[in-house]
Ligand binder design. Sequence first.
Ligand code: CA
Length: 213
Amino acid sequence: MHFLPENIDNYVVSHSQQEPKILKELSRETWQKVLNPRMLSGAFQGRVLSMITKLIQPKNILEIGTYTGYSALCLAEGLSSEGKIFTIDKNEELETLQNKYFEKSGYRNQIEQYVGNALEIIPEIDEKFDLVFIDADKSNYINYFHLIIDKMNSGGIILSDNVLWSGKVVEKLDPKDKDTKVLLEYNKLLNEDDRIETVLLPIRDGLTITRVK
Ligand code: CA
């Protein structure tokens, strides 16, 4: 969902870095082969992720929600030479496509893939993180936050995607809509927890930058 008027959005995109060729290919293949391609990080948001990770130059990144690997490759662009990205997805059927592009990218040996339930996998990764990207099932965002907060290095950044949820966060809440309910609580938590500082950016479907003190 785009919140900006189309002409402004076009201007923003045309005055921002272009999508690298390999990500264009991955994007095209995702649209051809995979269900739900709207879950793919868009080209512009991908460049935002790339810029943020290059500013941080993280040693360890955790990504919750690999999908086809597009955002993992954007985030890998900023990894320090010793750095690693640990990326988790519950869907094993996406691994072949992920692997194809991880191989092509040159980041293969810096990417650790996990398939399964992130709530079980995260506690087993014995690392501290400089950057975390949360982009999986919205109903678990709060649970993910509580699992990662003590695994963050001081000054580390947590990015949370889809926090505006197509604008539903400002509409009347449907009591059956668990995702929106959790996102409302999550956004409040990020803004109120004393251990962190947060700005919510209206980029695409809403992207929050949270800095751990
Ligand atoms: Ca997303």
